[in-house]
Design a protein around this ligand. Structure first.
Ligand code: NOJ
Length: 733
């Protein structure tokens, strides 16, 4: 296609869903009337969020501030009784009785711990993800929490970054769908519905693109990449009516995100029309000084507030310097009032003025209920990805009478919960060993730890080998411990830590059939396992029901159907490696002077979208509803899916496109749809997708990248590699 033929259809942004819990007019008049009564001090007080004790207690100072109407919000204070005590100080003893907004990091469960978000994304099941967020919301609400700092919607393409575990992986399209599901799950149909909480899209923006995968590090990304890769899940959250955004720690293209007017105001409010609340990340206003962006506290407060950060988390620069800045003219009345309005608006929308208190009697009945545990187990099963299975071992047959369950994570209670545990307790966790024992019935189950996760010494490997020798099958549970992923948990290698590979090699040398279960929060380098072990199950950090869910899968009561939401490399040197890369002028080939490595193939070990099953699927008869469409047209893509194997199972049919020639280079493939479906043996079904102009142009409309005439390729398959192919033309009028 020649560029002169370029024809673009401006992408119309989907309208923002109003996040209303009460009629807009009513809320705005109540906000204005309250604002009119507030002193300068009370206004700044509403912009302050302070940290409670990690265990959930408020601090004595909170009560003092609350009585003076100087505490807008807390984080970590939780539990119906504790919340009510502090709330009473604000509602019954302060001059204006403005309730406190209680926040907490409810990331993947509150008391019932669900799989980590990366794992949930691996389910490719948006309804299950929505349900998990709804359960978390119900429990958090019961404990008095009204605002969660989730979902984390950062696209992450560098597995060294520990926080890759908190998001939905490498892809903006998958990330956007999961972001919407989580916002819906947390907030419900209307903000302020009982049993739901306000959500927070974080970390705005591009926190996941930290240089070298080192947490909090600088980010330098072109505006095109921001709009095409990093913004879409945030925009989707805003469209879904998310109540708040969190400004990130990192500097973005030279400007710290917590003082970046372009992202906080021009894009978020100007382009997207977001009218919710922006909270800073933990002390990120204060950190403007260390960034070398603000000279002192007063300047940091001025820069953050005028850029668009409404509420300051933990540092207190707004309160310390705000009144002085107002006096000197450093801050305008309008900027202050606007920030206060956003805080009050959220409190009204949440119904906090009507229902400031938690129901202390109801709390215990909601937390960790049987239904919640069942939902967590189901989510964990859905999120597991079978990376390898030669069929000789899994699912475990009845003939395996003695099972050795070994490895440092086999009986570990902390790792399954991952790094954000909400209010989860280790004693609630079913370990993998316990889950297998419970399911094993009359079989014998032996256990040995073998080694620690990161021990330098070989320790108990001999003991594990001895257990293996007595067994018919060995299940080794290895990976990362809980502290190895999440915030401030970047790693410089992606290898199995410590002596775990030595343990696996020693077990393998016994000649006993060996299945490996991985617990981890990021892609690891698994080359030796892929070459030597007959069965490999990626269980991630599966949450409190780890053991029951792993047993469901190992014994074949459930058939794994999860797919990787992130590429698994062969070598750390390939990072960042992701499926939606661009082709370059010299795509990898036999030719030396093509884009590749001397010492490792250019391909990943396991690609994005990959995952096996205990059954087999066949895709056939890919059909397009037309050979050509107009730029504003739609196209249906359909395919037959058949379960050709012996068991019921789930296939995730994935649709990718490639804009073959465009006025700006497009990725070799872009995910544009999928369906996870369950099929009985021999069952065949037709799956249909619709491609719309929004799918064919860039995902974020602001660069005005429309649908251009020319060829589009279509790929439908079981991962981002291979599959059936076809193509169509977009033709100008
Ligand atoms: C810092 C983290 O970056 C953020 O994700 C979290 O919500 C806050 N701490 C509050 O705990």
């Amino acid at each position: 296609m020649s560029i002169t033929l370029l024809f673009s259809v401006l992408l119309c942004a989907a309208p923002l869903r109003p996040a209303l819990g009460a009629p807009a007019v009513d809320v705005s008049s109540r906000v204005e009337s309250l604002l009119g009564k507030m002193t300068l001090e009370e206004k700044f007080g509403q912009l302050q969020q302070l940290d409670g004790d990690a265990g959930g207690d408020a601090r004595p100072e909170h009560f003092e501030l609350a009585k003076k109407g100087l505490l807008g919000s807390t984080l970590n204070v939780r539990g119906a009784k504790r919340v009510n005590e502090l709330q009473r100080a604000a509602v019954e003893h302060s001059r204006l009785g403005i309730p406190i907004l209680f926040a907490f990091d409810v990331i993947h469960g509150y008391r019932t711990v669900f799989p980590v978000p990366l794992a949930e994304a691996a389910s490719w099941d948006a309804s299950a993800v929505e349900r998990a967020a709804a359960v978390a919301a119900a429990e958090a609400y019961a404990a008095g929490v009204r605002w969660t700092f989730a979902p984390m919607v950062d696209v992450a393409r560098d597995p060294r970054w520990g926080r890759i575990v908190e998001g939905s992986g490498e892809d903006p399209f998958l990330g956007a769908v999961m972001a919407r599901a989580r916002v819906r799950g947390f907030q419900g149909p209307r903000l302020g519905d009982p049993g739901r909480v306000a959500a927070c899209a974080k970390h705005w923006a591009a926190y996941g693109a930290a240089v070298a995968g080192r947490d909090y590090n600088t980010v330098d990304v072109s505006e095109r990449t921001l709009r095409e890769v990093y913004f879409p899940p945030f925009r989707a959250s805003a469209e879904e009516g998310v109540a708040s955004f969190m400004s990130a720690f990192n500097a973005l293209n030279g400007i710290p995100a917590s003082a970046d007017r372009w992202i906080l105001t021009d894009v978020l409010r100007g382009e997207w029309g977001f009218d919710g609340l922006v909270v800073s990340d933990y002390t990120s206003v204060q950190e403007l000084i260390a960034h070398g962006f603000a000279r002192d506290g007063a300047e940091a407060a001025r820069l953050a507030l005028s850029a668009g950060v409404d509420m300051e988390m933990v540092s207190r620069l707004y309160n310390e310097h705000g009144p002085g800045l107002m006096e000197s003219g450093g801050l305008s009345q309008q900027a202050l009032d606007e920030a206060v309005r956003r805080v009050l608006r959220l409190k009204f929308r949440l119904g906090l003025f009507e229902r400031p208190y938690a129901d202390e009697q109801a709390e215990a009945g909601v937390l960790l209920s049987t239904e919640h545990a069942a939902a967590a187990r189901d989510m964990a099963v859905r999120s597991m990805v079978l990376l390898k299975n030669d069929g000789s071992l899994l699912p475990l047959g009845d003939d395996r009478r003695t099972i050795a369950v070994v490895g440092p994570l086999a009986d570990d209670r902390a790792a399954p919960m991952g790094s954000w545990t909400g209010d989860g307790r280790v004693e609630d966790v079913v370990t993998i060993l316990e889950g297998i024992r419970a399911r094993a019935g009359a079989r014998r189950v032996l256990h040995a730890q073998g080694c620690g996760v990161s021990d330098p010494a070989a320790g108990g490997i001999d003991e594990a080998v001895a257990a293996a020798r007595q067994a018919d099958v060995v299940i080794a549970v290895v990976g990362e411990d809980a502290a190895m992923s999440g915030e401030a948990a970047s790693r410089s290698t992606l290898d199995l830590p410590g002596r775990q590979l030595d343990l696996l090699k020693a077990l393998h040398a016994t000649g006993k059939p060996l299945a490996v279960v991985l617990l981890n929060g990021r892609p690891l380098i698994l080359n030796w396992l892929d070459e030597n072990v007959p069965a490999l199950l990626e269980a991630w950090f599966p949450g409190g029901q780890a053991g029951t869910a792993v047993a469901d899968v190992l014994f074949g009561d459930a058939n794994p159907g999860g797919r990787l939401p992130v590429t698994f490399p062969r070598a750390l040197g390939q990072v960042p490696i992701y499926y939606a890369h661009k082709n370059t002028g010299r795509p990898p080939s036999e030719n030396k002077y093509s884009s590749k490595y001397l010492d490792v193939p250019v391909t990943p070990l396991y690609p994005f979208g990959y995952g096996l099953s205990y059954t087999r699927f066949r895709l056939a008869e890919l059909r397009l509803s037309a050979r050509s469409i107009r730029p504003d047209g739609r196209l249906r893509v359909s395919v037959d899916v058949e379960n050709t194997g012996p068991r019921p199972g789930d296939e995730v049919v994935q649709l990718y496109i490639r804009d073959a020639t465009a006025s700006a280079v497009r990725p070799v493939r872009e995910l544009r749809g999928w369906e996870r479906l369950s099929l009985a043996p021999g069952e065949r079904r037709r799956v249909e997708f619709e491609l719309t102009p929004e799918h064919l142009g860039a995902l974020d409309g602001a660069l005005r990248f429309g649908v251009e005439p020319g060829e589009f390729q279509v790929f439908v398959g079981s991962s981002s590699v291979g599959g059936l192919e076809s193509s169509f033309e977009v033709v100008a009028y």
